[in-house]
Design a protein around this ligand. Structure first.
Ligand SMILES: [Fe+2]
Length: 199
């Protein structure tokens, strides 16, 4: 069974008023994410070791294996983008009480969390991701990863939110201003209800 591009959980123009325009969504979801899925399916077709494996299995078995780097990159990016579309909402930016309490407990406050997340996202040199992760100790933390990697591959815990800091995610809306994109993402796009549902 080939991997498939999931539909967006909202229309392509649903985030336009919140800093992610329709053209960004059309390119990012329909072209970039589709390209990762197509490439991954091509690798699976040619390699019997990958056939019948879940996406998570493929990510774990290819992680850290130089020969499988192209498989890892595309499987990771498929997994990352599946999460990314869910991690945003046309009603984004509002923190449910339960998540706010845990963020306050683990980071000292919502502002401290946002500052840490923004620092991770801006500090990721080149392409990559910033994450809100529930660690194996049950505590929330912020991490970052390069290119197509993610907290699943690194064994860091469960990703509750992931912010794509590849330029294809923000260049039409924010040009080179990654800090402004990330701040807007945290304030107006992040689906904290989704994050809370994974606590
Ligand atoms: Fe992306």
């Amino acid at each position: 069974m080939a991997f498939e591009l999931p539909s967006l959980p909202y229309p392509h123009n649903a985030l336009a008023g919140r800093g992610m325009c329709q053209e960004t969504m059309e390119l990012h979801h329909d072209k970039h994410h589709q390209a990762y899925v197509t490439a991954l399916n091509g690798f699976v077709e040619k390699d019997s070791k990958l056939q019948g494996k879940s996406l998570e299995d493929i990510i774990k078995m290819s992680h850290g294996n130089a020969e499988m780097a192209p498989v890892f990159n595309n499987a990771g990016q498929h997994w990352n983008h599946i999460l990314f579309w869910q991690a945003m909402s046309p009603q984004g930016g509002k923190l449910p009480g339960r998540l706010e309490q845990q963020i306050t407990s683990d980071f000292g406050g919502v502002q401290q969390f946002k500052d840490a997340f923004k620092a991770a996202a801006v500090g990721q040199f080149g392409s990559g991701w910033a994450w809100l992760v529930k660690g194996t100790d049950g505590k929330l933390k912020v991490t970052r990863s390069a290119n197509g990697s993610n907290p699943l591959a690194g064994g860091e815990g469960e990703a509750l939110l992931g912010c794509d800091v590849w330029e294809h995610s923000y260049y039409l809306d924010f040009r080179n201003r990654r800090p402004d994109y990330v701040q807007n993402w945290l304030d107006n796009l992040a689906n904290y209800e989704f994050a809370a549902s994974k606590l």
